[in-house]
Design a protein around this ligand. Structure first.
Ligand code: G16
Length: 539
């Protein structure tokens, strides 16, 4: 039943920040998924003793791709696949399954927060035995393999029915179909004080969780409504849909509009939250109040001792370079390790495995801990609920008190989308060359302290990664530039603006960073080079 099929390479199968992401129509080309998967299998080598997890966020084309991957796994001699029922599993739940069952890795079919559907995006995230996504050294090898692939192996058999929980043999390979929700719920119950949160709901506390028609719906209904007793209807958009119901499943102030409008209305719940397509990103809201992911990471870290799982102490904390420095001040206050890494959750994995850090987070709505090796949307929501239950305070009170104690990093990200790749690459290269000339230069009240590329030396594997350009000012303000690595076409230039204030903590962020925005556009010549005088998305 095993066929070897001749194929020719595609030249665009290089993974980005988190796996391979392409327009669905690109991924649907003949042998596109097959080439990519066979290249991964070839790089791994002997598969006969390997067990992998397989699942996804339910987006368009997943149901086709998952059957291809099952048939190819069998043909390539993989020992066993553990598959989420109906092909579903969230990215964090998948990481938990890999770690808990000591699997050799896994494949999550998701383009994360990118829109789905025939005109949306498709993607594949590949994790190894750490439960986190593979390092760049491995993805580089896979890319090289995709450039010379000549054939792939596939089992010529019927599609597999993924609807029933069962274990069986298919084409000589063992398959176990698992409940994607159960183990994840058990893990969350081990970490948080469910009794205290339940009591808070019983006293009338209200929440709205927007699953954005994506994978976390079933997890959220089970945890928030069934177990913790949030009133029925607290979880909205909870049925995963192939096109996410037309929503852009990116939990931020722009794309989670329905939730934001509700939370800023007079009907607002006490607490609001949203997750993205594959359940690793989160957004946190109070009544008419938004908590930036930067502040959220700092606040969670500062309150670790309210959470049963962490109350005996934590290792350090890490953030991506583009993320604000809010958490650095918390790390100093608690005298714990502090690390800055390139953008991409995979860079946290070595730090977690070597017990250097417990918590980590990114400005791109990702927060997590070493309970798994991916960022975790529902974990962040539960962490906030646990803090609210333990303190009896509101989201706004917790956050403003935090600013009063530590000062505030006002933070805004500008995205310039749909820029021609060549234009964006040249802009970044020219800006990098210009950086040394900026040192010591003044722009109004801001004087450049240091302008340099961000270079990371991994303390565990010794690898070096360069990602992003940073202009640091003498007052602690920063401008960070980088190109997005999660898009499926063209380039997105991200400009991250941060301004610190020790005392003045209740100003409007956009007003506070406005002078930095002017400097950022001028220095990089963004209007002249892209024709864009303002950002397409401001978050
Ligand atoms: C992925 C990575 C994140 C990273 C984000 C940045 O998120 O897992 O660690 O912060 O990309 O994206 P970009 O390169 O576009 O700035 P996700 O949620 O898309 O998997």
């Amino acid at each position: 039943m095993i066929k070897t099929v001749a194929t020719t390479p595609y030249t665009d199968q290089k993974m980005g920040t988190a796996g391979l992401r392409r327009k669905s129509k690109i991924a649907m080309q003949p042998n596109y998924v097959e080439n990519f998967m066979q290249s991964i299998f070839n790089v791994i080598g002997d598969l006969s003793d390997k067990t992998f997890l397989l699942g996804g966020d339910g987006r368009f084309y997943n149901s086709v791709a998952i059957q291809k991957i099952i048939k190819m796994s069998a043909a390539n001699g993989i020992k066993k696949l553990v598959i989420g029922q109906n092909g579903f599993i969230s990215t964090p739940a998948g990481s938990n399954i890999i770690l808990k069952n000591k699997l050799n890795g896994g494949f999550i079919l998701s383009a994360s927060h990118n829109p789905g559907g025939e005109n949306g995006d498709f993607g594949i995230k590949y994790s190894n035995e750490t439960g986190g996504q593979i390092p760049s050294s491995v993805s580089d090898k896979i890319y090289q393999e995709t450039l010379s692939i000549k054939e792939y192996k596939i089992c010529d058999a019927e599609d597999v029915d993924l609807s029933q929980l069962r274990t069986f043999t298919y084409c000589g390979m063992e398959i176990e179909i698992i409940d994607p929700v159960k183990d994840y719920v058990e893990l969350m119950q081990k970490i948080f004080d469910f009794a205290a949160i339940k009591q808070m709901f019983a006293k009338g506390f209200t929440m709205r969780f927007d699953a954005m028609n994506a994978v976390t719906g079933p997890y959220a209904v089970e945890i928030f409504e069934h177990i913790l007793g949030a009133s029925k209807g607290s979880v909205v958009n909870y049925i995963p849909k192939e096109d996410f119901g037309g929503l852009h499943p990116d939990p931020n102030m722009v794309y989670a509009k329905e939730l934001v409008n509700f939370m800023f209305s007079d009907k607002a719940a006490d607490f609001g939250a949203a997750n993205d397509g594959d359940g690793d990103r989160n957004m946190i809201l109070g009544k008419s109040f938004f908590v930036t992911p930067n502040d959220s990471l700092a606040i969670l870290t500062d309150n670790f001792n309210l959470i049963p799982y962490y109350k005996n102490g934590i290792y350090g904390v890490a953030k991506s370079a583009a993320t604000s420095t809010a958490v650095e001040r918390v790390a100093k206050a608690h005298n714990i390790g502090y690390y800055e890494v390139p953008t991409g959750w995979k860079y946290f994995v070595n730090l977690m495995d070597s017990k250097r850090i417990t918590f980590c987070g990114e400005e791109s709505f990702g927060t997590g801990s070493s309970h798994i090796r991916e960022k975790d949307g529902i974990w962040a929501v539960l962490f906030w609920l646990n803090i609210l239950a333990a303190t009896g305070k509101t989201v706004e009170e917790i956050t403003t008190e935090h600013w009063q104690k530590y000062g505030r990093s006002y933070y805004i990200r500008f995205d310039f989308e749909g820029v021609e790749s060549a234009v964006a690459d040249k802009l970044m290269a020219d800006l990098e060359n210009k950086l040394p000339t900026l040192n010591g230069k003044s722009f109004g009240e801001f004087m450049v302290d240091k302008a340099a590329p961000f270079v990371y030396h991994d303390p565990v594997d010794g690898s070096t990664t360069k990602n992003g350009l940073i202009i640091r000012f003498t007052d602690g303000s920063r401008i960070v530039y980088r190109l997005s690595g999660t898009g499926s076409s063209g380039a997105t230039i991200r400009v991250y603006l941060e301004r610190f204030s020790a005392k003045d903590v209740l100003k409007t962020p956009l007003d506070m960073v406005a002078p930095l925005a002017d400097i950022a556009l001028e220095v990089a010549e963004i209007p002249e080079r892209t024709g864009k005088h303002k950002a397409d998305v401001i978050t």
